[in-house]
Design a protein around this ligand. Sequence first.
Ligand code: ADP
Ligand code: MG
Length: 340
Amino acid sequence: MFKAARVIFGALVLCALGCREESNSPARVAQSREVMGTLACVTAIAPDETTARAAVEAAYARLDDVNRLMSDYRADSEIGRLNALSAGESLIVSPETFYCLQRAAEIAEASGGAFDATCRPLVELWKQAGRQNALPDEATLAATRERVGWQKIGLDAATRRVIPMADGLQIDLGGIAKGYALDLAGEAILATGASAGLVDVGGDVRAVGEHTWTVGVRHPFAAGLIETLALSSGSVATSGNQQRFYMIDGHRYSHIIDPRSGRPTEQAPSVTVIAPDGLTADAWATVFSVLSAAEGQARAAELDGVEVLWIWGSAEQPQIAATEGFTRHWTGAATTQPSG
Ligand code: ADP
Ligand code: MG
């Protein structure tokens, strides 16, 4: 996670949209920077410009904190250090990393194993397959699946000690940490004294405070947006294989793995989730990319506060399904142009 260069068009659009909002507050500051291998845009509204600027800085500091603690590409991060442990060894981690691991385990259970933060060996296997343009053989796939299983991480809440209970366990918080980083950045904006803020990292956004923002959902098959949403407080996250995928034998494989089969998911090319917080939106967007449409729609109906938009089909005929709660956020002002 936090590595691949991504198409950042959506984030730019969101920033521009965000900046066009009218506000009675005297100061509004928006700044774009590169974070976690993608483009971020943080906007803060505050009584004065100094406070708004401080709020934006505080938000970026929290985004950097999460990357430093949880990137699995950094050997010196807590996740990097956990991934170097053998069975039975352990590490005491920060409250932030522990919280993410706890929530990842809860969502793994609630999603019937569709979400699994130990799927890194499978992610790496399929990445390698993409580089070599050859499918992994069944024996390698089976051996790699053996190394995956969220129940194999011991979590001792009293001490924040994390205990891998099998050798070769590899944690990847790529499906959840970005959303959590959005939440921490949003909290930091309010704590600095700003009245509202919008944190956008690669098109996943978190709104906090007293303001209604316009948030774009990127069209998966064309330039521009397929929908725009009104968001006062909460988060919108999108998962899909439109920007990040591997080609093997001319077939496109998603960067999201179905841990139940060990193979890249074949589901909806784009899933957008609205939830009260970024962690929930981010992780469930990944879950709904794994679950079949029928499984997903049944699961979405049972979840409080989680609204889902599925997009599939083609540029000529995009097909959309959404929970009723999701459609209540639509503003009907999409700006889609056919892709050239
Ligand atoms: P994006 O990174 O595009 O926002 P997601 O939020 O859906 O996409 O996260 C995908 C990342 O999550 C993958 O790159 C990988 O690191 C990790 N991942 C892949 N499959 C799963 C899964 N089934 N459960 C949890 N994490 C996953
Ligand atoms: Mg996600």
